[in-house]
Design a protein around this ligand. Structure first.
Ligand code: ATP
Ligand code: SKM
Ligand code: MG
Length: 173
């Protein structure tokens, strides 16, 4: 099985991905970590030195490398991964994709302390500005996230809830 977790920054892709990989006895891979390893720089440094277009190209290449290397995997993608370089179609064709659809208010609670360290959220003056930025980003990304076969729409998507979703899906697919 290949399971791909997609969703907004802070939606829980890494946290849930690790738990699901343990549950299914699959390897866990975090695409942001693969990019950092392949490029030899942090994501903040990559954005600052090369810009977003370079980052998106590196992200697309890293995704294709992971797909070539892992026939079975739980992959936490980056927040923007499905929205560039036809990655959403590739993910959908390559395994089971799950969208962690977490409300913006919950994302703000989780990210308010970390926004300064994230290239696309840095420099926002207060939580209201962060909320507005996240809401705009979600609006722009929704059509890509919605290509996922499965969607967990909740403030907290527990591993148990996701395991149930997957079992229902595979029983009817
Ligand atoms: N189910 C959950 N309930 C409550 N908090 C959670 C849950 N999942 C993750 N978190 C918290 O939310 C934050 C973001 O989680 P995580 O890093 O897993 O998200 P992500 O989607 O991988 O984000 P990123 O954009 O950084 O890759 C962390 O502080 C984590 O502890
Ligand atoms: O939402 C985004 O576009 C991003 C999310 C992170 O996971 C990283 O992939 C990077 O900071 C870009
Ligand atoms: Mg993550």
């Amino acid at each position: 099985m290949r399971l791909f977790l997609i969703g907004m920054p802070g939606s829980g892709k890494t946290t849930l991905g690790r738990a699901l990989a343990a549950y299914y006895s699959l390897t866990f891979v975090d695409l942001d970590e693969v990019i950092v390893q392949r490029e030899g720089r942090s994501i903040v440094d990559l954005f600052a030195a090369e810009g977003e277009a370079y980052f998106r190209s590196a992200e697309a290449k890293a995704l294709r490398a992971v797909l070539a290397d892992y026939p079975a995997v739980v992959l936490a993608t980056g927040g923007g991964t499905p929205c560039f370089h036809a990655n959403a179609e590739l993910l959908r064709a390559s395994g089971l994709t799950l969208w962690l659809d977490v409300p913006v208010e919950e994302l703000v609670r989780r990210l308010v302390q970390q926004a300064a360290h994230r290239p696309l959220l840095a420099g926002l003056p207060d939580p209201e500005a962060l909320k507005n930025r996240l809401a705009e980003t979600l609006q722009a990304r929704r059509e890509f996230y919605a290509t996922a076969a499965l969607r967990c729409q909740a403030s907290v998507c527990s591993p148990e809830a996701v395991v149930r979703l997957i079992a229902q899906y595979t029983a009817t697919a």
